[in-house]
Write a protein of this length. Structure first.
Length: 373
């Protein structure tokens, strides 16, 4: 029995520790996932509150995993595990059946699981969790009650500080396709022979007031009594999708700037504005001033946003404004605003608004990089 308890503790503890940690590394990714779910379930009015449940969920997961794995306040930890499993196991079944969001986000962007895979994972994990819950009184903690709570409190403080560090300065580990060192064009290639998306076409015909659906094998060819009404295409299986598949930069006047930017031999700084309404005006002006400085030193500078800029911004600020899909911008950099340094399609550096290098440091950085090349 001891062996099964140890194995169960290891499995449950590691999974919950890992799940909480990857969410803490990329807290904005968890925020976006909560917003996806809120939107899918017509709860979009809760989107602005997504940060709080994101922090609470990953903190509970991490602390519960820590408690179970290291036998520190084990009873509290296994109670937390069971409550989470009781909530999320039936929820993931609903998500698997309805598929409102394709990726559950249970392991952030570190590991992508479909909704059915997540449900099966929960079914497997709930078995050792129940075993631990049933035998929760048979474990003796190596530390006393007061010391156990003190230790968990200290771990919680450091863990929450870690979350806010990643929020302010970008994730310490970048799980996304646009990580530093990435040559973007390579990530956009579809390999030869890669599977293509498969669709099933359905044709709707009408005859004597009755409508009926047909497919390519049984549609009424040659029967003029049937009148064609409509056609539907349903995705049967997804084809290969390159890691970067939606990187398109369009000028405010409709010109595609993507290849021009990716092939430029100049250094290029991209200022990413995910949501203009949620950016402090001081940070905007600082970014525009940064762009003016870059232009004076032959560093290309683009301001990217999914939203339209005011005409006054375009006329007054000497930078190039462009439009990019919002989801793409969220994937490029987890900061609002965030900055990316490119050269010839390769991502050299990424910064949040909080650790953007001073202008002189940027010049030194680009000069040193040039000398190394």
């Amino acid at each position: 029995m001891k062996i099964t308890i140890y194995i169960s503790r290891f499995l449950v503890g590691v999974v919950f520790l890992f799940s909480g940690t990857v969410k803490a590394i990329d807290p904005l990714g968890s925020v976006y996932k909560f917003q996806d779910y809120f939107t899918a379930f017509n709860l979009g009015f809760l989107n602005d509150l997504s940060l709080l449940p994101a922090i609470i969920l990953c903190s509970i997961e991490f602390l519960a995993g820590f408690s179970v794995l290291f036998n520190i306040r084990f009873k509290a930890g296994i109670w937390a595990v069971m409550l989470l499993m009781m909530v999320f196991t039936p929820l993931t079944l609903i998500l698997a059946l309805t598929n409102p969001v394709s990726d559950c986000g249970c392991f952030g962007d570190a590991v992508h699981l479909t909704n059915w895979q997540t449900f099966y994972k929960n079914i497997i994990l709930i078995i050792p969790a129940i075993w631990l819950f049933v035998n929760r009184n048979k474990l003796t903690s190596p530390v006393g009650s007061a010391r156990g709570w003190t230790l968990l409190s200290i771990v919680a403080v450091f863990f929450i500080a870690f979350i806010f560090y990643n929020l302010r300065y970008l994730p310490v580990v970048d799980f996304l396709p646009y990580k530093t060192g990435t040559y973007i064009p390579d990530k956009m290639i579809i390999p030869e022979g890669a599977p293509a998306a498969k669709y099933e076409s359905t044709f709707i015909y009408e005859k004597n007031g009755e409508r009926k659906e047909f497919n390519l094998t049984n549609y009424p060819a040659g029967d003029t009594a049937w009148k064609f009404i409509d056609q539907k295409s349903v995705l049967v299986s997804k084809g290969y999708q390159p890691p970067i598949h939606d990187f398109v930069i369009t000028s405010m006047y409709g010109k595609d700037l993507t290849q021009e930017i990716l092939s430029s031999k100049n250094y290029t700084v991209l200022m990413v504005l995910i949501d203009l309404e949620k950016i402090d005006n001081e940070l905007l002006l600082k970014g525009y001033d940064y762009g003016s400085f870059c232009n004076n030193y032959s560093i290309d500078f683009y301001v990217l946003s999914p939203q339209r800029f005011e005409e006054a911004d375009i006329l007054v600020n000497p930078v190039t404004f462009a439009s990019v899909d919002e989801t793409t911008l969220k994937t490029m950099v987890r900061s609002n605003p965030g900055y990316i340094l490119l050269k010839e399609g390769t991502i050299l550096h990424k910064w949040s608004w909080a650790n953007l290098p001073e202008k002189e440091e940027l010049i030194k950085l680009t000069t040193n990089t040039n000398s190394n090349n």
